[in-house]
Design a protein around this ligand. Sequence first.
Ligand code: FE2
Length: 181
Amino acid sequence: MAKKKATTKKAAKAALAPHADGAPAIDIGINAKERARIADGLSHFLADSYTLYLKTHNFHWNVTGSMFNALHTMFETQYTEEWTALDEIAERIRALGFNAPGSYSEFARLTTIKEEPGLTNTADWRQMVGQLVSGNEAVCRTAREVLEIADDADDAPTEDLLTQRLQTHEKYAWMLRSLLQ
Ligand SMILES: [Fe+2]
């Protein structure tokens, strides 16, 4: 029984520090358990950010109506910036010693943003803008949750990254919301 417990403990430790045999252990001043918690939170944040990015790009392609030119351009500005940020988030997960999720099935499982596949067939531009307001707000809520975890671990680079993302997505939410007022 004791032997089994030791094996389980070893397996758990290996799962928290997945580096190749012979690679140096990570020692950046944040313990493995806290790094794992932050990386897990950032994986959810990456999934939300990716889903919002894709939805914004989708609406750039499919928007119609009298607001076409303004929205086509506005959505492009936002998705281009969001695309660049995805890389920063994923690479922060790598720097903490974990793999970043990078497949549609993982993003679908981890995100809090709902896809509405039928929307593009009938969408009014107001519905698209409304969905992007909700999406940006969802990204903000997840960022705040992960920010708290990073704060507990004194992980300043993650806090800095999330603070910047919050500033951007709160601004996008305001700009989009203003279109509907
Ligand atoms: Fe385009």
